[in-house]
Design a protein around this ligand. Structure first.
Ligand code: TYM
Length: 330
C-alpha cells in the first residue's frame, strides 16, 4: 500500500502536528510504502520571508527525522516539494477538472482569506489543487492527516474521479486516515479553536521545541472550566483536550484516563499530563537539536529522496499528459 502525506515548513511544529499527523507518519513506515513531503510551495501562498523558507524546510525535516522517520534506511521517502517539479505541472493540468465552486467552498480558503490583511493570493485559492497533485502523482491510496485536512482530501477524491471519468482510468482515488482520538488538538489557552502556528495563541501552542519547563507551564496554565470532574463533555473543551492528549501519548483510551483520574483535582491531573507530554516530546527535541545543526546532511537526505520521488512522479505525469492530449504523443 502506498501512503502519502505533506507538512508545511511554516514556523514551529507543535503538539497538534505531532499527535494528528507526525505520529501517523512514523507508523506508516511499517504499514506500507510511505512518502512524505515538506510542502514549501504551499507555504508561499501566505506572506513569507524568502530568507526563512529554506531554513524552515530543514527545520521541519529535522523534526520529522527526530520523531522517527528513517529515509536513510529506506523506510520512507522524505523530500522537499519544490525539488520535484512534476507536482506543479500536474497542478495546472488538474485545474481543468477542478470546480471553481468547490475551491470557493473550502473552509481553509475562507478562513485564510478573511484573516489576510495584505494581498489574498491566487495561491491560497489554488492551494487544494496543489495538494491534490501531491497525492495523485504518486497514486497513493492513503493520506494520514489531522481532522482539518478532511475537506482537502475529499476534494482530491473528487478531482481524481472527475479526471478518470473524463479521460479514462488513470488516477487512484485516495482515502484519508484520520486518527479516532487526537485528530483535532485544541489550543491550550483557547480550547474552542484548534492548536495552530498561524492562528493560535502563544501560550496555548505547545511547540515540540519548547523546553521541559515551558511545556509544563503551558499545560499547567491550560484554560479549563469551573467544574472538578476529569471527564469529557460539552462546556469542558479544555479538560477534554487534555484527556485526549494524555490518552494518545500513553497509548490508552480516553475512558481509561477518565477512570484513572476519577476524583482527582484538575491541578493533579494537569501535572500528570505535563509529565506525559515532557516524556514524549523531550527525546524528540533533543534529537532535533542534534540533527538541525547538520544542514548539509539534511540537504543530502532530502535530495536523495527527491530523486526517488521524481522517478515515481514522472510516470504518472507522462500518462496524464498523454490522456489529455497535451504535448507530442507518448
Ligand atoms: P499542516 O502543515 O498545516 O499540518 C500538518 C499536519 O498536522 C495536522 N494538524 C493537526 N492535527 C491535530 N490537531 C491540530 N491542532 C493540528 N494542526 C495541524 C494537519 O491536519 C496535517 O495533517 N495542507 C497540509 C499539507 C499538505 C498535505 C498534502 C497533506 C500539502 N500537501 C498532501 C496531505 C497530503 C497542511 O497544511 O498541513
Amino acid at each position: 500500500m502506498r501512503i502519502f502525506s505533506g507538512i508545511q515548513p511554516t514556523g514551529q511544529k507543535h503538539l497538534g502536528n505531532y499527535i494528528g499527523a507526525i505520529r501517523q507518519f512514523v507508523e506508516g513506515q511499517d504499514r506500507g510504502e510511505a512518502i512524505y513531503c515538506i510542502v514549501d510551495l504551499h507555504a508561499i501562498t501566505v506572506p513569507f520571508r524568502p530568507d526563512e523558507l529554506r531554513d524552515n524546510v530543514l527545520d521541519t525535516a529535522a523534526v520529522l527525522l527526530a520523531a522517527g522517520l528513517e529515509p536513510e534506511r529506506g523506510r520512507c521517502i522524505l523530500f522537499r516539494q519544490s525539488d520535484v517539479r512534476e507536482h506543479t505541472e500536474l497542478t495546472w493540468l488538474l485545474c481543468a477538472v477542478t470546480a471553481h465552486g468547490d475551491l470557493n467552498r473550502m473552509t481553509q480558503f475562507k478562513e485564510k482569506s478573511a484573516k489576510q490583511r495584505e494581498l489574498v493570493s491566487a495561491g491560497v485559492f489554488l492551494y487544494p489543487v496543489l495538494q491534490a497533485a501531491d497525492v495523485l502523482i504518486y497514486r497513493a491510496e492513503e493520506v494520514p492527516v489531522g481532522d482539518d485536512q478532511r475537506q482537502h482530501v475529499e476534494l482530491m477524491r473528487d478531482v481524481a474521479q472527475r479526471f478518470n471519468e473524463r479521460f479514462g482510468e488513470t488516477l487512484v482515488v485516495p482515502r484519508h486516515r484520520i486518527p479516532e482520538v487526537g485528530a483535532r488538538v485544541m489550543d491550550l489557552q483557547s480550547p474552542e479553536q484548534k492548536m495552530s502556528t498561524t492562528f493560535g495563541t502563544e501560550g496555548g501552542t505547545l511547540q515540540i521545541r519548547d523546553s521541559d519547563d515551558e511545556m509544563r507551564r503551558k499545560i499547567r496554565s491550560a484554560v479549563t472550566d469551573s467544574g472538578r470532574e476529569v471527564t469529557r463533555g460539552p462546556g469542558k473543551e479544555g479538560i477534554s483536550n487534555l484527556i485526549e492528549i494524555s490518552a494518545v501519548l500513553r497509548g490508552v483510551s480516553p475512558e481509561d484516563v477518565e477512570r484513572e483520574f476519577a476524583g482527582a483535582g484538575y491541578g493533579d491531573f494537569k501535572s500528570a499530563v505535563a509529565e506525559t507530554v515532557v516524556e514524549a516530546l523531550a527525546p524528540i527535541r533533543e534529537r532535533y537539536l542534534e540533527l538541525v545543526a547538520d544542514r548539509a546532511g539534511l540537504e543530502r537526505i532530502l535530495a536523495d529522496s527527491a530523486d526517488r520521488a521524481r522517478s515515481m512522479a514522472s510516470g504518472t505525469l507522462a500518462e496524464v499528459r498523454d490522456r489529455m492530449g497535451v504535448g507530442p504523443p507518448g
